[in-house]
Design a protein around this ligand. Structure first.
Ligand SMILES: *[C@@H]1O[C@H](CO)[C@@H](O)[C@H](O)[C@H]1NC(C)=O
Ligand SMILES: *[C@@H]1O[C@H](CO)[C@@H](O)[C@H](O)[C@H]1NC(C)=O
Ligand SMILES: *[C@@H]1O[C@H](CO)[C@@H](O)[C@H](O)[C@H]1NC(C)=O
Length: 454
């Protein structure tokens, strides 16, 4: 209500406190309390973001779609994210850079004696000299094969198991690779070989039945099945596009950087990793574009952190900052794989035994953890992931880092078996988890965006 000050005695006191021309303080995310902020998070919008990302994630026919660095999809998603960051209260911009793109080929040749075979869909880079043996009996892995492990199994061996008939949940330490041979005589091709079975904890690749039977015969005859795997790669020049939106309001000297990753590993649609982080940031943008907290907010969508695992998006950005811009960073908050798995908070204080983040990272971890506790969620794991990925850049500046990463789990138990595989798709999105994580992120952002220090 406007108050007129002309000749109204009763208003004198009010007029002294609220002089003519007074503008109300700009809206702040903290104005109406946490429940109000929570309620602004829209699960429908979060899911729609993923659908929009998916529709721009294309692949060659029969090959799993991806947004790998250097693919047309990667740049399409950059452009779409840019289009979503439209607000008079924010300045958006992009940063394009060149780098070498790396791809694993879908088929890995390996030679036993003088015969060359092919393995398909190696689930991780695997370069080693190994001996191929039959899968064991008695451990529930593959009852139709008659081989026992010795007590102290060596690590440099490859287990042959039959598709659909053997359990491929082989614990780490029992073997270094599982080769799954088809249970019928239809030949697999790089395009048709299935994704590794969820729950596989070590690298997995596929071979055709003929190859599997041939290898078993050779083992039965006592021939050496020693072989060397080198995952073949191709490299080519490509470019990536970092996308940013910076609030016009807020103190530049305490700029909060929020990050997610635009690209995926090859041959995975990457809806959870890291479509979910992109979606979470876009939702925060849609909410915070209406607010003017005390500190500046910079949304950063990195063009890459998977290709060569060198976080080239954040590095390129970091290399082009002035000393003042670096100084002005208040903290970095990262969101990766936030729609399936186990609630996981970046281990800022190093309590998991991994290196802690720079000073301030511990308190950030506490802010996140407090939000889960407040929601009655107590099974939140520490994720020690501070020195590589995009955090690395901020750690190198000595800036506090934090964030959420749910797909990782711990080393022995991946929380999301579809991570980096074709099944990381819309059907494996836990929309409840994505909503909770976005609410947690909104609360923490509102808290730190109104602070002078951490
Ligand atoms: C044989 O294997 C192929 C490839 O895994 C599969 O698509 C097909 O359904 C299988 N056929 C039968 C009869 O099991
Ligand atoms: C910009 O902020 C003002 C003030 O909160 C708000 O009214 C307006 O809707 C915002 N603009 C957009 C496009 O979000
Ligand atoms: C999470 O992903 C796993 C596969 O890794 C899937 O089995 C599960 O159904 C997913 N959760 C939800 C709620 O979609």
């Amino acid at each position: 209500m406007r108050v007129s000050c002309i000749g109204i005695v009763l208003n004198a006191l009010l007029c002294a406190a609220v002089p003519h021309g007074y503008n109300p303080p700009p809206p702040n995310c903290g104005d109406h309390g946490p429940a109000y902020l929570d309620n602004q998070v829209s699960p429908a919008r979060l899911y729609q973001n993923l659908v929009d990302i998916r529709s721009r994630t294309n692949g060659r026919p029969h090959v799993s779609p991806d947004r790998a660095f250097g693919s047309p999809s990667a740049n399409q998603v950059s452009e779409w994210v840019y289009s979503r960051l439209d607000s008079p209260n924010y300045t958006r911009y992009t940063q394009q850079y060149s780098d070498t793109a790396l791809r694993y080929k879908l088929a890995t040749p390996f030679k036993v004696g003088t015969t060359t075979y092919e393995a398909f869909k190696m689930s991780a880079q695997f370069d080693a000299t190994v001996t191929i043996i039959k899968g064991p009996r008695g451990h529930g892995f593959c009852p139709n094969l008659q081989v026992q492990f010795d007590d102290n199994p060596p690590n440099n061996r490859v287990l042959l198991v039959e598709h659909n008939r053997c359990n491929t949940n082989v614990p780490l330490g029992f073997a270094s690779l599982i080769l799954i041979y088809n249970d019928n005589w239809t030949d697999w091709t790089p395009e048709t070989a299935p994704d590794p079975v969820p729950g596989s904890y070590i690298p997995v690749a596929y071979i055709n039945r003929g190859v599997g039977i041939d290898l078993i015969r050779r083992i039965n005859r006592g021939e050496s099945t020693e072989t060397k795997f080198i995952t073949p790669t191709v490299q080519f020049p490509a470019s990536g596009i970092n996308v940013f939106a910076k609030s016009k309001g807020g103190d530049e000297r305490r700029t909060i950087v929020l990050g997610a990753v635009l690209t995926t590993a090859p041959y995975t649609p990457g809806i959870n990793e890291d479509g979910s982080g992109i979606s979470l940031l876009l939702e925060l943008f849609d909410i915070f574009k209406n607010y003017f907290p005390h500190n500046k907010i910079l949304f950063a969508f990195w063009a890459d952190n998977v290709n060569f695992h060198d976080a080239s998006g954040a590095k390129y950005w970091g290399n082009h900052l002035t000393a003042t811009q670096k100084n002005n960073i208040f903290m970095y908050l990262h969101f990766q794989g936030v729609s399936n798995g186990t609630y996981g908070v970046l281990d800022g204080d190093g309590s998991s035994g991994l290196p802690p983040g720079p000073p301030g990272s511990g308190p950030i971890e506490t802010l996140f953890r407090d939000q889960y506790t407040h929601k009655g969620i107590n099974n939140v794991v520490d994720v020690g992931y501070l020195t590589y990925n995009d955090f690395g850049e901020f750690v190198s500046f000595g800036k506090p880092v934090g964030g959420l990463y749910d797909l990782f789990g711990d080393i022995l138990h991946p929380a999301f078996p579809c991570r980096t595989f074709r099944c990381d798709d819309l059907r494996n999105v836990d929309t409840h988890m994505l909503k909770i994580n976005t609410q947690v992120a909104a609360q923490v952002l509102c808290n730190v965006a109104n602070r002078n220090s951490i």
